[in-house]
Design a binder for this molecule. Sequence first.
Ligand code: 6R9
Length: 643
Amino acid sequence: MSEVKTYPIIKSPQHKPHIDEEMYHRMYQQSIRDPDKFWGRMAHQFIDWFEPWDEVSNVDFKKAEISWFKGGKLNASYNCIDRHLKDKAEHTAIIWEGDEPDQQRYISYQELHDEVCQFANALKERGVKKGDRVCIYMPMIPEVGFAMLACARIGAVHSVVFGGFSPEALKSRILDSDCQVLITADASARGGKKVPLKANADIALKDCPDVHTVMVVKSQDYDISWNDERDVDYFELKKDMPKECKPEVMDAEDPLFILYTSGSTGKPKGVLHTTGGYLLYTSMTHKYVFDYHEGEIYWCTADAGWITGHSYIFYGPLANGATTLVFEGVPTYPSTSRFWEVIDKHKVSIFYTAPTAIRALMAGGNEAVTKCSRQSLRILGTVGEPINPEAWEWYYKIVGEERCPIIDTWWQTETGGILITPLPGATPLKPGSATRPFFGVEPALLDTDAKELDGVANGSLVMKNSWPGQMRSVWGDHQRFYDTYFSQFPGYYFSGDGAQRDSDGYYWITGRMDDVLNVSGHRMGTAEIESALVLHPKVAEAAVVGYPHDIKGQGIYVYVTLMKGQKGSDELKDELVAHVAKEIGPIAKPDKLQFADDLPKTRSGKIMRRILRKIAADDVEHIGDTSTLAEPAVVEKLIEEKL
Ligand code: 6R9
């Protein structure tokens, strides 16, 4: 790892970054030495408050009690909209790009204000009050943002459910947080196909008797069934709604939203975020991590159904008065050039996506990229999983033409915002490393006895203290919050991830701790082996799991998807096994290797290793729930073709 090439900070005479190397170190030290002073200063700088707070922070990890800026009063929608109207009313807040390349909308801050107020008034009309939960099951159209901000405006707590989730998943989320209003659309458009959201909602709601209102945004002219007692045509209702709605005065610690996320056990948890700390943390990270400058076009390709969509499509960028691009389509439609075409069309300077998308596009070849200009690009971000150095280099060299730093951001639904990341003007880069902590963030690595490791080390990644964007509880189950994150290592927040720290103090995320293999007493990150495999020119994607092995404890089982046009053979198998042995060492040699046309993935693109482990272990009866998979049929094929 120490021989990894370091890429120096990219400097441009036309552009002064917000944070340079010297400032990073100085501000980081300040933020750790006196966190309350630091965060108090930032909270004044980034947020407009109706009333000041009583105390900056009050945190006890031993009891899982966390509060920031308690007593302070603000409104998130006011901060994302109203305060920009003085000098930015006509600036574009949201650019929407539809599934088809000829569809676009431009929404100014004034229009955003009017839309959000009308939506807020519509919710009030249907009886929604401060503290009520509202479920949002929507396509990536501007109305998903209007709906979220409308909830924030009246103090309702939104729970956005990803539009790709099944009726069953939608139902359990509605019931868990007792939502009585659902906002949905007739359908969403993805890669030329329609996803019937309203029909899914109808199925889910059969078992949700307390939902009294379904607001339907008709965006696709798609045929839907209608329940007169419950369903409301949003555009009809909107016609009578005033374009003014006074923002509710909220405490910094009032809930802003719930977002469900899966852990290693149990049903998905409702991660609860509150208002003041979350908004401060997302706006500040958005500005510094992406070095956002006024007037720039910023594009994050996530879905609003994930935390990345909440923090870095809507709340962070809009709090900063930025122009944020919302994309309804997919990276490969109508062709694998789509991302780069959209970048050229809207002159995007900051682009933020996931390694899985980068790898998929990389497999499609360079020409799809190089035929587009991409001259507007300045910064390239990544999030969601460890990025293998091969994909990093491709993103850096081919997409960014070595002009744009790769900002590998490590964080979680639970953390609200980015915790470990380079800053464009401040951090030399190493492919595959998320590099250093953001201001106020104090990571540590622990061994299995909860002892803090010094210097170069490998261990459980924890945080020693709180940051304003941290989740506050699991909805309806505070004990679960404590048990999941604070019980294993008392006094620390445990991320569930493993990491290594190198001699420069850079962090390298090795993946979920439950994905770590122990082969003959050697610990090995599955991500490490996957990285090695995808270095091979014939490999597009790889997933590695452990399976029970009589002698080694765990053996290494590898699933490999080949580049287009390649065919699996015994020779190629041997070649790949030898390749891994060469890259990492004989200890990492796969015991079994299966070629797979497709890997089972969640709709957010994460490989479901839980399922791959069951297949590898010949335990297909206990495969469990496959309903959250993008394509459940992939699993049957893998079982059929198993060695
Ligand atoms: C933001 C988001 C969180 C988990 C996290 C880790 C993995 C995210 C990463 C990364 C390596 C990165 N992860 N970013 N691993 N490098 N830059 O993805 O939230 O969906 O809750 O996932 O994703 O394992 O623990 P979430």
